[in-house]
Write a protein of this length. Structure first.
Length: 611
């Protein structure tokens, strides 16, 4: 087994402090010619043009591969990054995923000093100094659970903060809106992997970026004994490559992107991590599964704050809340609130600190039924709640029975039994379709019990809303698959279960759209909505029995990069549209529902919130 980092022996000697899990493998690529540019004192200033990636270019110019591929065109992958040593050579790939963040593999950078790293962004030929951008690294954030689970190189992810933002366009990462993007990287889809790594197992790298197409494999295949067995962990790994071998990523490609071509351009769903050799039969490349719920959530929570919407002071108008995140022991882990005045949101106020680490899923909901929404966090093993006092969240903390949550689950908060207190609902992301509920007692949680046997299996987008107006929240899922886009409902019986799953709309929120639930018109029943990338928002109004009737309510709201949601900003019992841009401006946009057929003109309701 080996990771796909490029670390020739000479490089290890030059950086003895930079130990690597893969030391023992370095000999496999010792025929790579290493230049002498790795002395920090030798080349303190980036020798634009001279940084060859430590490769013998004459040997690397053979017209092949990554393994079995071919050269990329100039400008084809503007988000591609070469991770190298300052004044030295390439050793890993990476990808620009936000203006100030580069994604790579944990095993490439763990334990390193950020000051020793240099990034080349958007360069195809590592020798061509006229192209791309050079950036230094101010911070390395390694996944806190890297290498702590059962499989090989679990959670092999790291983010590098850039010293100054890149001007290149970042690549989109899979799963930004729960699971709707899963459709683009289903098994058998042909994915693309790119890198400057070895052209064959044990061979030299390439100065010219290489690309190759590899089929996405099923988890079942990758977990077979003759493939990777238990070393393959489906929660965090995805395998790609022909079963017969011949096409693969290899040493020097580690940290680079595994990409799929969607209707909207490139999307990254994997990070080059490890494999047995390169391009061997039944030994495909194994990639970090960044499209999984939990890894996407972690990535997102490093790059951005997490916004939420709820009425935290109990005046009937929904307010906005943001969770800043941070790591255990490091912070910041603040929670800010901006209260609605009926039209816009006031100044941000600090209402809590030390809440929701990176990767934990924060939410808001009224745990004790006093009309004020409280803050929640779904962690690896528990559900936490802190009560609102109307001016902060220091009204007491409650924790679920230990082990009741799983970081792969999709957690939701809603009142399923109609007692006015929001309950915790957990949708299993392991494909079983189990739905569990923990009822709120107002001062604690009841036992975790199964309320549905099969609802919203992996790849769907589950939500809760009272669609029949009996004050009990029902479960709703959007299938969002390649050949179907159903909205399916199972009604709460108020005490122990959700009923039979029934299709209420047979075409709503197909893959690539962002679904939501809310009450948009003047009845007491919750409806559904979907945000389309072109700015259209459709609403499906509930008839309370068996149907959501779809209509276009606006054609000018939101941008795909926004976090799109709904809430009742003005307290008229109708949900309005809310978009958090989460960019440098971090504007919050609102469009008010007219209660019948449309949303008003979008306006900025807060000028800087949840960047
Ligand atoms: Ca309020
Ligand atoms: Ca409350
Ligand atoms: Ca309840
Ligand atoms: Ca209901």
């Amino acid at each position: 087994m080996n990771t796909r980092i490029y670390l020739p022996a000479a490089l290890l000697l030059a950086f003895p402090a930079c130990d690597d899990p893969d030391d023992s493998e370095a000999g496999e690529i010792d025929d790579v010619v290493v230049d002498d540019g790795h002395d920090a004192g030798d080349d303190a200033i980036e020798p634009v043009g001279g940084s060859t990636g430590g490769l013998d270019l004459t040997a690397a110019l053979a017209p092949q591969t990554i393994v079995g591929g071919g050269p990329a065109s100039e400008g084809e992958y503007p988000f591609m990054v070469s991770v190298g040593f300052a004044g030295g050579g390439h050793f890993c790939g990476g990808s620009l995923v936000a203006p100030s963040w580069v994604l790579t593999a944990a095993h490439c950078v763990q334990g390193r000093d950020p000051a020793t790293l240099s990034l080349k962004i958007g360069r195809t030929d590592l020798n061509n100094a006229a192209t791309g951008e050079i950036r230094s690294v101010s911070q390395i954030v390694v996944h806190p659970r890297y290498q702590t689970e059962a499989g090989d190189y679990d959670n092999d992810l790291a983010l590098l903060a850039l010293s100054s933002p890149s001007t290149r366009t970042p690549v989109e990462i899979a799963g930004p809106h729960t699971a709707s993007d899963r459709v683009w990287w289903m098994p058998n889809v042909n994915a693309t992997v790119i890198g400057w790594g070895a052209l064959w197992e044990g061979g030299p790298g390439s100065a010219i970026l290489q690309e190759v197409q590899v089929p996405v494999l099923t988890d079942t295949y990758a977990a077979q004994a003759h493939v990777y067995g238990a070393r393959f962990n489906r929660a965090v790994h995805v395998a790609a490559g022909p079963m017969a071998g011949g096409l693969d990523s290899c040493q020097g490609d580690s940290g680079g992107p595994l990409l799929t071509w969607t209707a909207y351009g490139w999307q990254q769903f994997g990070v080059v991590s490890w494999g047995d050799g390169c391009a061997r039969p039944d030994k495909p490349g194994v990639y970090t599964r960044i499209g999984s719920q939990r890894l996407h959530r972690w990535l997102r929570s490093v790059i951005h704050e997490t916004p939420a919407v709820g009425d935290v002071n109990g005046d009937g108008r929904d307010d906005i809340v943001t969770f800043t995140h941070g790591d255990s022991g490091a912070g910041p882990l603040d929670v800010y609130v901006a209260l609605s005045n009926g039209t816009s949101f006031g100044a941000a106020q600090l209402w809590a600190d030390w809440w929701a680490h990176r990767g934990h899923a924060p939410m808001v909901g009224d745990f004790n039924g006093d009309g004020r929404d409280d803050i929640w966090a779904f962690t690896e093993a528990d559900v936490y709640v802190a009560l609102s006092r109307g001016y902060d969240f220091n009204g007491g903390v409650y924790v679920s029975p230990y082990g009741s949550a799983d970081s792969d689950d999709i957690g939701r908060v809603a009142d399923v039994n109609g007692d006015g207190r929001d309950d915790a609902v957990l949708f299993a992301a392991d494909g079983t379709g189990d739905v569990h509920v923990m009822l709120s007692t107002g001062t604690g949680f009841g036992p975790k019990t199964k309320w549905h046997e099969y609802f919203a299996p992996e790849g769907e987008t589950p939500m809760l809303a009272d669609v029949n107006g009996d004050y009990r929240a029902d479960i709703v899922t959007f299938t969002q698959s390649m050949n179907g886009a159903q909205a399916i409902v199972a009604l709460s019986n108020g005490s122990s279960s959700f009923g039979a799953a029934t299709v209420w709309n047979s075409w709503f929120a197909p893959a690539g759209e962002v679904p939501a639930v809310g009450s948009f018109n003047n009845d007491a029943r919750a409806d559904i909505a979907t945000f389309v990338r072109n700015g259209n928002v459709y609403v499906g109004t509930s008839n309370g029995v068996n149907n959501f009737a779809s209509a276009l309510w606006t054609s000018s709201f939101g941008d795909w990069n926004d976090t799109l949601t709904v809430g009742d900003v003005n307290g008229d019992y109708r949900d309005d549209l809310i978009a958090f841009t989460q960019d440098q401006n971090a504007d919050v946009w609102v469009a008010l529902s007219n209660g019948a057929s449309g949303f008003g003109s979008p306006y900025v309701a807060h000028s800087y919130f949840a960047p």
